[in-house]
Design a protein. Structure first.
Length: 152
């Protein structure tokens, strides 16, 4: 899944890491002849690449980033009170992750990628920033969504 470079930092080994708008980091090493990214060696080159996209395999795997903090939670929804917007494709903003927590019953969670998950009280849904998705209660259900972002 394509993600935008928003910043850079060095890891514990001194290698450059691009911070992506999904809150994941991705190494952007310059190690010729196999990896050619000479732009990462100078500040001007890194600055030019801000806003460019890299493929984030960690988002593809629905991998939760480190260091996110909860900032909001929806009320509990049932099969009759689920907002219509959650039943059709929608997404969160860049940098906003979610956890769908089912308290009772079953919920189908479908991603635009074609992946479908059956959520229950022991299986939560991971909402990846900007990835279109929707939910469908299966019979009687009770659930909420918690929202997370990088600590300010």
């Amino acid at each position: 899944m394509k993600r935008t470079i928003v910043d850079y930092y060095k890891d514990e080994n001194g290698d450059w890491v691009a911070e992506l708008d999904c809150c994941h980091g991705q190494h952007v090493r310059h190690k010729p002849p196999f990896i050619n990214r000479p732009w990462v060696e100078q500040q001007a080159g890194r600055d030019v690449m801000l806003g460019e996209e890299l493929n984030c395999v960690r988002c593809d795997r629905l991998e939760w980033p480190h260091g996110l903090v909860a900032y909001k939670q929806t009320p509990d929804f049932t099969e009759t009170t689920t907002p219509k917007g959650l039943l059709k494709d929608h997404s969160t903003k860049a940098g906003v992750w979610g956890r769908i927590k089912v308290k009772q019953g079953l919920l189908d969670y479908r991603l635009i990628t074609g992946q479908t998950f059956e959520l229950d009280s022991s299986t939560e849904g991971i909402v990846v920033p900007t990835l279109m998705h929707h939910v469908s209660p299966r019979g009687t259900a009770l659930f909420c969504v918690e929202f997370y972002r990088k600590e300010k």
